[in-house]
Ligand binder design. Structure first.
Ligand SMILES: CC(C)(COP(=O)(O)OP(=O)(O)OC[C@H]1O[C@@H](n2cnc3c(N)ncnc32)[C@H](O)[C@@H]1OP(=O)(O)O)[C@@H](O)C(=O)NCCC(=O)NCCS
Length: 188
């Protein structure tokens, strides 16, 4: 929290004052929460305001606005597990867990995105960890899969940190997380 004497203190020039005001407005992300139906528009705005390259990575190249809007309008928020973090009203980070299949067994597919101004601050790592914990609570035996491009250094780092098992598949990496292994303590 910026103190007011920073703004009024002797010797504080305009650049210092502007920096102080910016810091005052730049609040910390709130707690991780589960999105519900009423968050559909906010979810679309999050995806729409990602830079093109990030949106491309998030949606594996399939990212025209129309498709994303339709997707956000049709998500079943009871079935999908979507967690996010807000700053004010803005969703700055989102992780989705959607029912899927992996190696012929029911799984969740995980995908995550963080707005550029909040990247490199541990937001994605915390969201992915929260999503894996959530998945393990809902169904301890159901694996979680995540697909990422091979040059996505941030995502690769997170997957490796969280002990995902990676393999190349169709030019992308597929990471597999097994909740039961995490819960039993076999994986740190
Ligand atoms: C990938 C992405 C989610 C990472 O978000 P983030 O909040 O910046 O990640 P974190 O801050 O939690 O970083 C976790 C680790 O990855 C590293 N990292 C993050 N971005 C990185 C990058 N571009 N290059 C190298 N390392 C990176 C961090 O340094 C950190 O490592 P550390 O804990 O050892 O310091 C974000 O860049 C993004 O939204 N990209 C677009 C969408 C996307 O690619 N999604 C993945 C496919 S589903």
């Amino acid at each position: 929290m910026v103190k007011f004497d920073i703004l009024h203190g002797q010797g504080a020039g305009w650049p210092d004052r502007l920096t102080a005001v910016r810091q005052w407005f730049r609040r910390r992300p709130g707690p991780v929460f589960r999105l519900s139906e009423q968050d559909g528009t906010r979810l679309f705005l999050h995806y729409a305001t990602l830079p093109v390259a990030d949106r491309h990575q998030r949606f594996h190249g399939r990212s025209p606005y129309g498709l994303i809007l339709e997707r956000c309008q049709n998500i079943d928020f009871n079935e999908a597990i979507i967690l996010g973090q807000k700053v004010g009203r803005r969703l700055i980070g989102v992780v989705e867990l959607l029912p899927s299949m992996a190696d012929d067994e029911p799984a969740y597919e995980l995908a995550v995105s963080v707005l550029p101004a909040w990247q490199h601050q541990g937001v994605a790592l915390a969201l992915v960890q929260a999503a894996l914990n959530h998945a393990a609570q809902v169904d301890p035996l159901r694996p979680v899969v995540l697909f990422t491009e091979t040059d996505n250094q941030g995502m690769l780092r997170i997957c490796r940190k969280l002990k995902g098992k990676g393999e190349l598949m169709g030019g992308e990496y597929r990471f597999l997380f097994r909740p039961s292994l995490r819960r039993s303590g076999l994986v740190a």
